[in-house]
Every structure is written in structure tokens, then in C-alpha cells.
Ligand binder design. Structure first.
Ligand code: FRU
Length: 496
């Protein structure tokens, strides 16, 4: 019985994914081989290659019993899809193999830790999730769930914490060689918390401490944590549900929050000092990071949002995309994100202009496309001020999406209101950017079904999905007043 469910999923994806044409999917962003995808899972280096698993329901473009999809890559941009890695086929995960993580063991095997969900009726007859942490060992292709599963369950959760909302373990090596993992949880007041567990061998785990908690300030249940040290700062990433809007920093609903501080490896205490949003666009959730062989911390996320995952593009047999993998740094106390440098090696044709005066809406010859990497630099002129700059992209006779910069208010707004989506949900988001006297640098990455905007060398990122017909590939520039602009655009050519 155990492997039947997995074999069925593998046969299904093998048989039907061939009907999805390459040009109907993102060119260099991960999308599911077929069906539905949410969170990135097990994003890790294994035997010199990058592995990415994902929350996966191959049989439809909607969320269903969670499997783990699997892809492998040498540059985090060109991915080869492998057979599904896990299916909900054990008593302890019959309702789903939820999110988790992976790492390479010294003996050459890959250790996967994930949340097994089973459902039972409670005393009042309500169907409830029971969430436990489970292990599997694999060789990069096939994974064997361990007979000792689950390795963390309700008896490992401290009093006042939930075993119904107890999920998304992220494992990592401690500096002394042992293992640790952070797991999302919900406290009695309904708000989020992150629990820290440790293990000496990766198999037998014990509760250590509550690393941080929301106290209802940053949303409710905290999902998908990650914990790492970067540029001298300890960073805890969490994805809270049910956030409330705070100025232009946090929006309602599911968000991503970066908690920065100092972790004392002796006392296991995390002293949180600063908090910021991770992405200021519409679609970004459940990020996970890895460390590359050359020491870079790289983050990837589900480029989607639960509240906006209702617009299923007509006729498509896949739903859900990952963000671009982003290199992380801390600069002046803030999280900085830039596309992985590997993207430069996918650059094709270059078109560039310098010192273009931008006034009324205009195009520039050779600047168009839907699979591209384009950087704009704006410089205000001494004698001709400007009070608005607008970049339109994915533009056709009926559609466009845009980015609008207000240099006086120092705000940037991204919008897909006119992108062709006919459903009524959030299509616009605004954030503050650093006031540089009207100077601004924007790097826009387009990949058919998405736009990611990196502001001022990674100080902020705004991501959103797009479902605009590919014929809408125009780009235009416009200013109220006048501003000087440099543009450098590369087509992205993912083929070998
Ligand atoms: C986050 C999440 C996780 C869970 C998974 C289920 O998007 O809700 O907490 O493990 O999705 O698919």
C-alpha cells in the first residue's frame, strides 16, 4: 500500500505533464510539473546540486492532499523535474505531507523532515488536523519514510502550544555539529510562535525553547520559519497568517516577516531587535533559504498569496510559481535581496540607452518582451523637476501593468489592475522607498507570468503574478515633468 499512492502520482505526472508546452510555463521560474504547487520545501544543496521540493497536488490546479514535487538544478534557474518524492501514504500523513526541509548527511544521504498531517474527529465531531514532524531519507531521487515516525508529536510540544497547528520544520546544522530545527506553532491566545528543537544524530529530537512569538502583533499562526545567521545578524523568517495592515510595511492577510536580532548559542535566547516585511508586492509567501557552496544565503518563495490564489488562468494545467532565487545580505540593518548572480549568465540580447529624457509616454526601440531583466536608473534634472514616473510593462492594446514612483512622497506602487485578470481581489500594492532626492534604481525581471521589481540594489522587492496574454509585450516610460533615465535590458535565454 505504502508506495502505491506515490507510484500513481509519478505515473500521472509522467503521462500528462508532456501536454504542457514549454512556452506556456515560466521560462526560468519553477512551476509545478503539472497541477498545483505551493510552498518551496527542502531547498538544499545535495551532492553538488540544488534540490527543490514543493507542496504539490498533481491531479488538479487546486490544493489537495499534499505530495512533494521535486526538481534539481545546477544554477537555481534551469530546473530538471524529477519524479514526485513523497505522497500521503502513511497513517501519520494520510491527510498530507506538509512543508518541510532537507539537508545532506555526512554519510551521503539526504535527510528530509516534513509535517505529517492526519485528521480525526474531536469530541464535538469536528474534523481536526493533528500535525507531527516526520523524517525520510533519500538519495536525491527516492525517499524512504522512517519507521520511527513521527519523531515529534504532541508530547514534545510544551504546555499552552498547539499540536493541531504544529508544522513546517526547517532543519539546519548547529555550529557544534549537531542538528536543530525551527517549527511553526500557535499559542493559546491564537497567535504565532516558533519552537526550537535539537538533535545530536538528526533522528532523535528534543524540545529546547520557544524562539520567538507574535503575541498577536505580527499576525496569528506563524508558518514556514527559517533561521540563519547573515552578515553578523541572526534572522528568523516567518510567514504569519491573518496579519493586519500596518502603514505601508505590512498588508492584511498572509505576509512574510523578517525578525532580526541576536541568538545566544549558550542560552538559546533570541533577542529580537528589528522587524521588516520581506516582499512589498502582492505574491510572496513561505520563503526558504539555503547556503551555497561559496557561502551565499539564497532565498526562494512561493510567488503567490493564499488570498489571490483564486484566479486560475483559463486552460492552464499548472498553478503556482516560485520566486526568483535571491541572494540575501544585511545592509544598514535591513534585509537586502538581489537576484542570484547566476541570472547574468542567462542574459541574451542587450539593448541599452543613456540619459534619455522621459516626459510624455514613449517607447524605446528594442525595449519590449516578457522574459527579460531590465534595469532603469532615474536621475532628476536641476532645472526640470518631476513629480511622477511610470513604467508600463506587459502592455498591449487592452492591457498593461505598471510601476508608479512618486519622488515627493517616496512611494512606489505596483499594479496589475489592467493586466487582464477579471477577478476582484488585490491587484495593487504600495510601499515607501528610501528618499534619494528623486534618484531611483529599478530592476524589473519578467518571466511571462510574473514581475519582480528590485528597488535600489535590493533594498526592497515587489513581486506579483500576471496572467496577461503574451502578445502584450510592450514597455513604455512616462514622467510628469522630466527625468533622465538610463535603461539596460537583456532578454533572458534559459536554453543551454
Ligand atoms: C503555507 C502552508 C504550510 C503548510 C502548507 C500546506 O503556505 O499552509 O503551513 O505546511 O502550506 O500545503
Amino acid at each position: 500500500m505504502a508506495n502505491e499512492t506515490l507510484e500513481k502520482a509519478r505515473a500521472y505526472e509522467e503521462k500528462y505533464s508532456v501536454f504542457i508546452k514549454a512556452e506556456d510555463r515560466p521560462a526560468f521560474h519553477v512551476s509545478p510539473r503539472i497541477g498545483w504547487m505551493n510552498d518551496p520545501n527542502g531547498f538544499s544543496l545535495y551532492q553538488g546540486k540544488y534540490h527543490l521540493f514543493y507542496q504539490y497536488h498533481p491531479y488538479s490546479t487546486q490544493w489537495g492532499p499534499m505530495h512533494w514535487g521535486h526538481a534539481v538544478s545546477e544554477d537555481m534557474l534551469r530546473w530538471t523535474y524529477l519524479p514526485a518524492a513523497m505522497a500521503p501514504d502513511e497513517a501519520y500523513d494520510q491527510a498530507g505531507c506538509f512543508s518541510g526541509s532537507a539537508l545532506e548527511l555526512d554519510d551521503g544521504r539526504q535527510l528530509v523532515m516534513y509535517t505529517g498531517v492526519r485528521q480525526k474527529l474531536d469530541a464535538e465531531g469536528t474534523r481536526k488536523d493533528y500535525q507531527t514532524q516526520c523524517l525520510a531519507l533519500g538519495n536525491g531521487l527516492d525517499y524512504e519514510k522512517l519507521p520511527i515516525n513521527p519523531v515529534l508529536d504532541e508530547k514534545d510540544v510544551p504546555k499552552g502550544f498547539s499540536h493541531h497547528d504544529f508544522r513546517d520544520p526547517k532543519i539546519f546544522r548547529r555550529s557544534d555539529g549537531g542538528f536543530a530545527c525551527v517549527v511553526g506553532n500557535r499559542t493559546e491566545d491564537g497567535s504565532g510562535a516558533i519552537l526550537l528543537f535539537e538533535s545530536e544524530d538528526g533522528l532523535s529530537w528534543r524540545f529546547v525553547t520557544v524562539l520567538d512569538r507574535s503575541y498577536n502583533e505580527y499576525g496569528k499562526m506563524w508558518e514556514c520559519p527559517d533561521f540563519f545567521r547573515l552578515d553578523g545578524t541572526d534572522i528568523l523568517l516567518v510567514s504569519p497568517q491573518n496579519m493586519s495592515q500596518v502603514g505601508l510595511e505590512f498588508h492584511n492577510g498572509n505576509g512574510t516577516v523578517c525578525l532580526m536580532g541576536t541568538y545566544d548559542t549558550q542560552t538559546r535566547a533570541f533577542d529580537r531587535r528589528r522587524v521588516q516585511a520581506v516582499d512589498y508586492g502582492i505574491d510572496f509567501y513561505a520563503p526558504q533559504t539555503l547556503q551555497t557552496a561559496d557561502g551565499r544565503r539564497v532565498m526562494i518563495a512561493w510567488m503567490q498569496n493564499w488570498d489571490t490564489a483564486v484566479a486560475f488562468p483559463e486552460g492552464t494545467k499548472w498553478f503556482g510559481q516560485m520566486s526568483l532565487p535571491r541572494e540575501l545580505h544585511v545592509r544598514e540593518g535591513r534585509l537586502i535581496q538581489n537576484p542570484v548572480r547566476e541570472l547574468d549568465s542567462l542574459h541574451g540580447r542587450r539593448v541599452a540607452y543613456e540619459n534619455v529624457p522621459v516626459r510624455e509616454e514613449a517607447n524605446l526601440k528594442g525595449i519590449y518582451g516578457r522574459v527579460l531583466d531590465m534595469t532603469l536608473t532615474l536621475r532628476p534634472q536641476q532645472n526640470e523637476p518631476y513629480d511622477l514616473f511610470r513604467l508600463k510593462f506587459a502592455k498591449g492594446s487592452q492591457h498593461y501593468s505598471d510601476i508608479v514612483y512618486d519622488p515627493k512622497a517616496s512611494t512606489l506602487r505596483i499594479s496589475r489592475t489592467h493586466s487582464g485578470c477579471t477577478r476582484d481581489f488585490v491587484h495593487e500594492r504600495e510601499c515607501f522607498v528610501r528618499d534619494r532626492g528623486g534618484e531611483l534604481k529599478l530592476r524589473l525581471i519578467l518571466d511571462r507570468f510574473s514581475a519582480e521589481v528590485f528597488v535600489n540594489d535590493g533594498e526592497q522587492v515587489l513581486s506579483m503574478t500576471l496572467y496577461t496574454p503574451m502578445t502584450a509585450n510592450g514597455i513604455s516610460f512616462e514622467a510628469r515633468g522630466s527625468v533622465l533615465m538610463d535603461v539596460e535590458k537583456y532578454d533572458i535565454v534559459p536554453q543551454e
